[in-house]
Design a protein around this ligand. Structure first.
Ligand code: SF4
Length: 435
């Protein structure tokens, strides 16, 4: 309906597939963590929002000024506005970058380089399907890309996990599997991760067309493999006696940055409160994209504090409903100015970081109350035992486990947790997270 926005689940959510997503207006997905299964369990199919109300703004002039400053910063950011930036190319541009940096997850994270990347990258996708910009409501960046028929093109994470992670260089099957995941309501990252675990276990990855057919089998929980794989890779692997092949943290499939190529991301994955996720902290920003300054991607030095600050910043941006891509141009300072303009209550960047820290601490406390601790802040063994794909110019060794453990303890200390990763009572009280 004109002017309405729709959130809805698909057949996967109705059947409570553990990685069912919630789709927004048929093209943007709340993919991670199985929110669609929760909706399905409550018989909630869709929410439609339509309205003409306005938000009262305390200081319109000040808000206009912040908005204009933010626009200048977005325009000046090469990552957003450059030739291969998000505005022109979309997130799929990251496929070439991660491959070049030898940190692309290939064949269930058993390699970090995919020689066929040129067959499935953003340029090829554009050549075959065309490309036009689309974005979330009111967003000037419009990082999402549609084909000329109006179908969403795969984003970076989806292309990676439907492609190289499953040893698949068939671009048409990547495109189709992505569309079908959207239609059936499946998270492409967890779907790809689960299929890759299945492929490695069988010592044979499925073909591109088989991959497409598995989307339906899993979403419909078809008897046999469809039903069992709908549990996700962690439960499936445990049931089949191959736990080590599930590339997950806290049961959630890891996204498209191999941690052997970005040590901050390794720590970020491990401590993430919702499991294998690149959006609680995103050290790739400085380790690979070099913003605001480059850090050594093959070192844990300084990463404990950086991850803590990034988590705080991201939690605060999430609670403001600010897209994290905005932070590639503008920063948390501009978010604080915007919030002050709208509410009339004075906030600065430090206030937002404090609020973010409180959120992360509270999440960690809730996890701890549910039995999570240091034993869950860990990465699959493969990353400590096996190297990535090195070449003459670049060596990708296994992660140094001892340094990882030391950095984890530093993180706990900075976060206000005990050595088992559980928030200390005094920290809960002083942060305002209170029990
Ligand atoms: S809000 Fe973020 S995800 Fe949505 S189109 Fe804009 S930049 Fe992309």
């Amino acid at each position: 309906e004109r002017g309405a926005s729709i959130l809805c689940i698909g057949p996967a959510g109705e059947r409570m597939v553990s990685f069912a997503s919630v789709s927004m207006d048929g093209h943007t997905n709340f993919g991670r963590g199985g929110g669609g299964a929760v909706w399905g369990s409550k018989n909630l199919k869709a929410i439609v929002v339509k309205g003409r109300g306005k938000v009262d703004v305390a200081d319109c002039d000040s808000l206009n000024k912040v908005q204009s400053d933010i626009m200048k910063m977005l325009n000046a950011s090469p990552f957003l506005s450059g030739k291969s930036g998000l505005i022109n190319t979309g997130t799929l541009a990251l496929l070439d970058l991660t491959d070049f940096r030898r940190m692309m997850p290939v064949r269930n994270f058993s390699a970090t380089w995919f020689p066929e990347t040129g067959k499935i990258n953003a340029q090829e996708m554009k050549k075959i399907y065309g490309r036009r910009n689309y974005g979330c409501y009111g967003c000037p960046v419009k990082c999402k890309k549609f084909d000329l028929k109006g179908n969403p093109l795969p984003e970076f994470q989806s292309a990676s996990h439907l492609g190289p992670l499953n040893d698949n260089d068939d671009i048409r099957s990547i495109y189709e599997a992505n569309l079908l995941c959207n239609d059936m309501g499946l998270d492409t990252i967890s779907f790809g991760g689960t299929m890759a675990c299945y492929g490695e276990f069988r010592q044979k990855f499925v073909t591109g067309s088989q991959l497409v057919s598995f989307v339906r089998k899993i979403a419909m929980k078809e008897k046999g493999d469809g039903e069992s794989l709908a549990e996700g890779s962690a439960r499936w692997a445990e049931f089949n006696g191959c736990k080590e092949l599930s590339m997950t943290v806290k049961g959630l499939e890891l996204p498209a940055y191999d941690p052997r190529g970005a040590y901050g991301m390794a720590l970020g994955y491990a401590v993430s409160n919702r499991g294998g996720c690149h959006l609680r902290s995103y050290p790739v920003r400085h380790e690979i994209l070099r913003r605001p300054v480059a850090t050594n991607r093959f070192s844990f030095e300084g990463k404990a504090r950086i991850i803590k600050i990034e988590e705080d910043e991201n939690a605060s941006a999430d609670s403001l409903l600010v897209c994290k891509f905005l932070l590639y141009g503008a920063g948390i300072e501009e978010c604080a100015r915007g919030l002050t303009s709208v509410t009339g209550i004075s906030y600065d960047a430090q206030d937002l970081l404090r609020i973010g820290s409180r959120i992360v601490l509270l999440e960690r406390w809730i996890n701890a109350e549910n039995g999570f601790s240091k034993k869950d802040d860990k990465l699959p063994k493969r990353f400590f035992n096996e190297p990535g794909s090195s070449d003459d110019r670049l060596e990708i060794p296994p992660l140094p486990e001892e340094e990882f453990e030391l950095t984890l303890q530093k993180y706990y200390k900075i976060r206000g947790c005990n050595e088992n990763g559980v928030p200390r009572d005094e920290m809960m009280d002083s942060s305002g997270a209170g029990k």
